[in-house]
Design a protein around this ligand. Structure first.
Ligand SMILES: Nc1ncnc2c1ncn2[C@@H]1O[C@H](COP(=O)(O)OP(=O)(O)OP(=O)(O)O)[C@@H](O)[C@H]1O
Length: 542
């Protein structure tokens, strides 16, 4: 049913027209059958001969119009679905996405979306099939109420029994879809961990036989069980038609008197109905896969339409001249299944001022990167408040707040498109920094795009730095940027880039383990097990 909503959301009027033309096609098909039946029963007239091509043409035109409309609608629905789901992911809270994990998100974006696309494509055909069946049922009712009551009673029992089989098949499909997430995780291990797997034959063997093979076999068995049950239900559905025809021919006439013309019309109509019935039964498994996919998207909390985070930032320009950014009793907790292994960052009380260079230091796992996500608004504080220039940051303005930051995370992503190259000055600066970062012989910026991103890790990180630099935001945050750079670039980073940003009035927050360069900082904040150990001015050294 949710699938029908997908179509309805695309355009109600077009759906209504498509259904109407579908019904015309179904009704005319039934009229055509009645005509054929009349002709076979010896009531041949010139009138029937004239009606025949006209009715055939109406069936053709109405079914084509209905299908064309529904195909357009379904393709539009797929288009909206793809964009909606990507939007749903982009506007889901970061923590929620981290908890879901990349493999589940990828499985949904590829597997579930393609399942839904192929099913939505089948809906037009199902609609026309249903219209033909409705038309045929209408004709049978008109032929004889008593025989119709028997037929419909039998068909309902038949549909009930087919439904039980389909329910069982759906159960296997759900299991198979669950296993698909594990398979995707293993596929990621193959692509991301190929070096480690190549280097260690035992690990490769164990991974292959105990993880990948087990998961692939489960997926195969569950899919086979589902497909097997579906084929049984399709076969059973077809058999029921023959049983019905047999009962009408040989048993029912013994209890109810049926005119031979009615009987032959029934048999002819039922035989005609078998084709659309079979086609619907065949497509049921596609529909079931689609509802599993939709349920999966739903339970992942990835809404297809509703945006979970507010994005009204466009309405308000960002504040380039600000005085202070305050974190007041801010906390964030990573919960795990074991309550004793949870990690709590905070309560954190910090104030950042414009034009300050602040270093955040601390041991591995002390909470530096998590604090960076809280400061930049990527994590919503569980408790406590964040204020920018005394303005409280809430769900309504968090998107706007985030636009104040330019960040290079330790697990950064390098986009080809560079923003902030609008002025001539920015373009000159970009070329200067490309030269200084020794990237000018490797990379060019053309039409605001980097000519390549296939570079060494260190070079890619230098490009990420350049991209962030050019964004020209009021606050910069670098998470262990210099960790994999050679001494020359460390020097350029700490002594030129950071200083240049400071001179431009930017606030620079640097997460660093480079104690050689601590003198660059105006202030040093040390974290220990999620708490601030100290927050002290560094000016005496500077
Ligand atoms: N995605 C996550 N899911 C669950 N727990 C997490 C996650 N990220 C971090 N943690 C927990 O939070 C703690 C702090 O991690 P964080 O990455 O903030 O530390 P860090 O100081 O930046 O460490 P490092 O110097 O190694 O980068 C970790 O010890 C871990 O227990």
């Amino acid at each position: 049913m949710n699938l029908i909503w997908l179509l309805l959301r695309a355009s109600r009027i077009q759906v209504a027209i498509a259904i109407l033309t579908g019904l015309i096609s179904g009704g005319t098909s039934a009229r055509l059958i009645a005509l054929i039946n009349s002709a076979i029963s010896g009531n041949y007239t010139q009138d029937l001969a004239t009606q025949f091509p006209i009715l055939a043409l109406v069936v053709l035109v109405s079914s084509i119009v209905s299908q064309v409309l529904l195909i357009k609608l379904s393709q539009n629905a797929v288009y909206k679905l793809r964009l909606g789901l990507s939007d749903g992911i982009l506007y889901s809270p970061l923590r929620h996405l981290e908890e879901l994990g990349a493999s589940k998100l990828l499985a949904t974006l590829t597997e579930d979306v393609s399942t839904l696309s192929s099913t939505v494509y089948a809906i037009p055909f199902i609609c026309v099939d249903i219209a033909v069946i409705v038309g045929c049922l209408g004709y049978m009712l008109w032929l004889s109420g008593t025989v119709f009551a028997f037929t419909i009673g039998f068909l309902m029992m038949g549909v009930g029994s087919v439904q039980i089989l389909i329910g069982r098949a759906d159960y296997f499909l759900k299991l198979a879809r669950g296993e698909q997430d594990n398979l995707f995780q293993h596929f990621r291990a193959i692509t991301d961990g190929v070096k480690e797997l190549k280097l260690n034959a035992t690990r490769r063997q164990d991974f292959f036989t105990e993880d990948l093979q087990v998961s692939a076999a489960k997926s195969r068995n569950q899919n086979s069980a589902a497909l097997f049950t579906y084929s049984v239900s399709t076969g059973w559905g077809n058999l029921l038609f023959f049983i019905l025809i047999g009962l009408l021919l040989f048993t029912v006439p013994q209890f109810i008197s049926i005119a031979p013309s009615v009987l032959s019309a029934y048999v002819l109509t039922l035989t005609y109905m078998m084709l659309p019935m079979q086609s619907i039964l065949d497509k049921l498994q596609q529909l079931a896969r689609a509802s599993v996919a939709l349920e999966k998207i739903h339970t992942m909390g990835l809404s297809l339409a509703a945006q979970t985070e507010n994005n009204q930032f466009i309405l308000h320009p960002i504040t380039h001249n600000w005085n202070k950014l305050e974190l007041e009793e801010v906390t964030h907790t990573y919960r795990s299944e074991k309550e004793d292994s949870k990690f709590t960052l905070g309560p954190i009380n910090l104030t950042f001022n414009q034009g300050e260079v602040v270093f955040i230091v601390g041991g591995n796992g002390s909470g530096k990167s998590s604090l960076a996500k809280l400061i930049t608004g990527l994590y919503t504080p569980e408790s406590g408040k964040i204020r920018l220039n005394n303005k409280l940051i809430t769900d309504d303005n968090r998107e706007w707040y985030r636009q104040h930051f330019s960040v290079v995370f330790s697990d950064y992503y390098l986009f080809e498109r560079i923003t902030g190259l609008d002025s001539k000055l920015a373009k000159t600066q970009a070329s200067e920094y490309l030269r200084e970062l020794q990237l000018d012989s490797k990379v060019e910026i053309k039409d605001n795009k980097l000519s390549t991103t296939s570079l060494s890790q260190g070079q890619r990180k230098r490009l990420a730095l350049l991209a962030a630099y050019l964004e020209n935001r009021p606050i910069y945050l670098f998470d262990e940027w210099a960790s994999d750079q050679d001494p020359i670039f460390r020097e350029i980073f700490y002594k030129q880039i950071i200083m240049n940003l400071k001179q431009r009035g930017k606030t620079v927050i640097v997460i660093s383990h480079d104690d050689h360069f601590f003198a660059v900082a105006d202030r040093i904040i040390k974290l220990d097990y999620g708490k601030i150990e100290y927050d002290k001015s560094n000016r005496v050294y500077g």
